[in-house]
Design a protein around this ligand. Structure first.
Ligand SMILES: O=c1ccn([C@H]2C[C@H](O)[C@@H](CO)O2)c(=O)[nH]1
Ligand SMILES: [Zn+2]
Length: 140
């Protein structure tokens, strides 16, 4: 898997970040099952809570294109330190990470990056399995 290509796509999307409030640009890029790369940036709002992170922008764009399985994701935020995905984005990644673990590439640039697994950064995630278990037991 070409991590550098994914990082470069994230860096390029980062340029489109809409960040008038934080000035903190983030870009993300996911590798879909069909080999396509789908990227996204953070989009802020005057009502701060309406802000969407780069990771979720990329994932939601992919889903809107019919790509529901993520094979890897790269994230570039601050260019001088490593920017980890927030908790909400980690949870959204799990939803589309096709049963299990995917590499999460946390990058400063194409040369300096760390590869974590989703399980490493979100152990014991809540998944749809928990919902179906509860339904089977009619525990509702
Ligand atoms: O992994 C991250 C962390 C933060 N942000 C965004 C949200 C907000 O626009 C800005 C500051 O939190 O950075 C992301 O897009 N991804
Ligand atoms: Zn986030």
């Amino acid at each position: 898997m070409d991590y550098v290509k994914l990082i470069e796509a994230a860096m390029s999307a980062r340029e489109n970040a809409y960040v008038p409030y934080s000035q903190f640009k983030v870009g993300a890029a996911i590798l879909a099952e069909d080999g396509e790369i789908v990227s996204g940036c953070n989009v802020e709002n005057a009502s701060y809570g309406a802000t969407n992170c780069a990771e979720r922008t990329a994932i939601f764009s992919a889903v809107a294109m019919g790509k529901k399985k993520i094979k890897a994701i790269a994230v570039v935020g601050d260019l001088n330190s490593y920017t980890y995905p927030c908790g909400i984005c980690r949870q959204v990644m799990v939803e589309f990470a096709d049963r299990g673990d995917i590499p999460v590439i946390i990058a400063k640039n194409g040369k300096e990056y760390m590869v974590k697994t989703l399980e490493e950064i979100l152990p014991g995630a809540f998944t749809k399995d928990a919902l179906s278990d509860a339904k089977e037991k009619q525990d509702v």
